[in-house]
Design a binder for this molecule. Sequence first.
Ligand code: ZN
Length: 101
Amino acid sequence: MKVLTGVGAVIEGATHADRLTGVVHGHDWVVTAWHECKDENDAVVLRSNLELLCKGFDHKPLPPELTRAEDLAVAIMRLSPPSCVEVEISRAGRLYARVTA
Ligand SMILES: [Zn+2]
């Protein structure tokens, strides 16, 4: 059995260009990060770290290499503590991206 601890944060109003039309627009991106359940992991601390990480993207254009939610999920996974084994990003329209270790 694998036991995980999940924490969430929101990237507010980050913008990117539509891949088909090039039209720049913004989304709120809901981020959920799952960590291996370890004694040294405190969920509140993990959530605070994720919130801080996500805040760096708020109300800014996403870098060109991170305009897809899948790429953003990979970047967040890489910037998270090593205990992070999965990151999911969703946004309005029931659209999801997920990366796993
Ligand atoms: Zn979009």
